[in-house]
Write a protein that binds this ligand. Structure first.
Ligand SMILES: *Cc1c(COP(=O)(O)O)cnc(C)c1O
Length: 431
C-alpha cells in the first residue's frame, strides 16, 4: 500500500459512510418533508414536483412514501429499458470504475464504438459523422451552428444563409439557439432577443414550406412526430416534399429525433421508412437508457465537414461513461428484440385507448402515444392517474401523452387500459 497517512485516513472515513445514508434511500423522510425542503432549495422553474421518487425497477417506480407506480412516461421517453436495468447498470458501473472522464482532448474506445454503432443503425452514407452532447437541446445547438455554416465562407463573412425554418408547434429545447427553433411563445417571449433568422411556418403544410424556401434558407428543422405539441405526426408525404424542396434550394434538412429516435416508434429512427436521407439527425432522450447523452449525426461528407476544428466543443459530451451507457442500451434493445415489443404493445395500447369512452382521438407510433379527451381535464387525469398508481403526462389541456419504457409488457399496458375509465371519471368529478 503506497497511500499516504492522510489518504488512508480519508479512505477509512469514507468507508464508514454507508452509501444508503448519503443517497438517502432509507425511506425515513416523507414525500411531504422532501417537498418542503425542495421548495426552499430548488429553483421554481418546474413548479412543484408531482412526487418524490426513490427507487425503480423495470417499468415500476416507488415514491418516498412507499407507493408504487407503473411508469407510462419513462422520464419523458428516456428510460428506454425501464429503471435500474441490470445490464445497463453493470456496464455503466464497470466503465466508471475503469475510466470515467477524459475530456475531448482525448478519446476512448466506447466513444468511437458508439459513433460507429449509431452510423450503422441509421444506415448513414459514407462520410457521415457524429458529435456527442449531454442533452437534446445541446444536440440541436450543434445542429443550429451546423446550419449557420451552410454556404458560408471559411471565415463566415460571405455566403452565409441567414434563414432557418421550423414548424409551428415545434419543440427543440430550452437553450437560446434551440429556443429560437421552439415555437411556443410562453417559452420564448421572456428571453428575447433570441438568435435571429428563424421563421415558423404552419405545421404539416407542404405549400407553406415550398413558399418559404429559397436560396437564403440554411436549414429546415423538423420533428417527425411533434412530442411536446401532443404527439402530432407529420402528414404522409411531408418529409419527402421537404427533402425535395431543401435539396433544390441547397438548404439542410435536419430531423430532430430526440424524442422519436432509438426505438421509440418501433424503429431506430421514426423516419427510417420515409424514403429520404436527411442531412442531419439529432438524438438524445432514449439514447443512454436514462444516462444523459445526446448526439448530432451529420449525413454524408459535405454536411459532415461544415463544422471544422475549433468551431464547436464540449467538456463532458461523449465521455466514456455516457457512451458506455448508450452502447449498453443499444445492445440490450437489439439482443432483447425490444423493437418488436414496442410495435406490438404500442398497437395494443392504441387500440385499447381508442375503445375507451371519452377518448376522442389516438395518435402516435410505437410507444409514443398521444390521446385526446372529450373535456379539458388532462391535468386532472395526471393527478387521478398518480393516485391510481400510473404516471402519465398532459402536454395540453385535452391531451395525454404516454412514452413508457420500451420494455412495457402487454399485461402492464392492460392494467392501465382497465384503470383508465375510472381515472377519467375521477378527473371529471374533480372539475
Ligand atoms: C426533449 C426534446 C428536446 C430537448 O431535449 P433536452 O434533453 O431536454 O434538452 C429537443 N427536441 C425534442 C423533439 C425533444 O422532445
Amino acid at each position: 500500500m503506497s497511500q499516504t497517512k492522510t489518504g488512508s485516513h480519508a479512505a477509512a472515513t469514507l468507508e464508514k459512510t454507508p452509501a444508503g445514508d448519503l443517497l438517502d434511500t432509507t425511506g425515513h423522510t416523507s414525500g411531504a418533508d422532501w417537498l418542503a425542503r425542495y421548495s426552499t432549495s430548488l429553483m421554481g422553474v418546474f413548479g412543484t414536483p408531482q412526487r418524490v421518487l426513490v427507487r425503480g425497477a423495470g417499468c415500476l417506480v416507488w415514491d418516498a412514501d412507499g407507493k408504487e407506480y407503473l411508469d407510462l412516461l419513462g422520464g419523458i421517453a428516456v428510460n428506454a429499458l425501464g429503471h435500474a436495468h441490470p445490464f445497463v447498470t453493470s456496464v455503466i458501473s464497470s466503465q466508471l470504475a475503469t475510466l470515467g472522464h477524459v475530456s475531448n482532448f482525448f478519446t476512448s474506445p466506447t466513444q468511437i464504438a458508439l459513433a460507429e454503432k449509431l452510423l450503422a443503425l441509421t444506415h448513414a452514407p459514407a462520410g457521415s459523422k457524429v458529435f456527442f452532447t449531454n442533452s437534446g437541446t445541446e444536440a440541436n445547438e450543434a445542429a443550429f451552428k451546423l446550419a449557420r455554416r451552410n454556404g458560408a465562407s471559411p471565415d463566415g463573412t460571405t455566403g452565409k444563409r441567414t434563414k432557418i425554418i421550423a414548424l409551428e408547434g415545434a419543440f427543440h429545447g430550452r437553450t437560446m439557439g434551440a429556443l429560437a427553433l421552439t415555437a411556443k411563445e410562453a417559452y420564448r417571449a421572456p428571453f428575447e432577443p433570441l438568435p435571429g433568422g428563424v421563421v415558423h411556418i404552419p405545421f404539416g403544410d407542404v405549400a407553406a414550406l415550398e413558399a418559404a424556401i429559397d436560396e437564403t434558407v440554411a436549414a429546415v428543422f423538423l420533428e417527425p412526430i411533434q412530442g411536446e405539441a401532443g404527439v402530432r405526426p407529420l402528414p404522409p408525404g411531408y418529409l419527402k416534399a421537404a427533402r425535395e424542396a431543401t435539396t433544390k434550394a441547397g438548404a439542410l434538412l435536419i430531423l430532430d429525433e430526440v424524442q422519436t429516435g432509438i426505438g421509440r416508434t418501433g424503429k431506430w429512427l421514426a423516419t427510417e421508412d420515409a424514403g429520404i436521407v436527411p442531412d442531419a439527425v439529432t438524438l438524445a432522450k432514449g439514447l443512454g437508457g436514462g444516462f444523459p447523452i445526446g448526439a448530432l449525426l451529420t449525413f454524408g461528407e459535405q454536411t459532415s465537414s461544415l463544422l471544422t476544428a475549433g468551431q464547436h466543443g464540449t467538456t463532458f459530451g461523449g465521455n466514456p461513461v455516457a457512451t458506455a451507457a448508450a452502447l449498453a442500451t443499444l445492445h440490450a434493445i437489439e439482443s432483447q428484440r425490444v423493437l418488436e415489443n414496442v410495435a406490438a404493445v404500442g398497437d395494443y395500447l392504441r387500440a385499447g385507448l381508442a375503445a375507451v369512452d371519452g377518448v376522442t382521438e389516438v395518435r402516435g407510433e410505437g410507444l409514443l402515444i398521444g390521446f385526446d379527451l372529450d373535456a379539458a381535464v388532462a391535468p386532472a387525469v395526471v393527478t387521478a392517474g398518480l393516485d391510481a398508481g400510473f404516471i402519465v403526462n398532459s402536454p395540453g389541456p385535452h391531451t395525454i401523452r404516454l412514452a413508457p419504457p420500451l420494455v412495457l409488457t402487454k399485461d402492464q399496458a392492460g392494467t392501465f387500459l382497465a384503470a383508465l375509465p375510472a381515472i377519467l371519471q375521477t378527473a371529471k368529478d374533480a372539475q
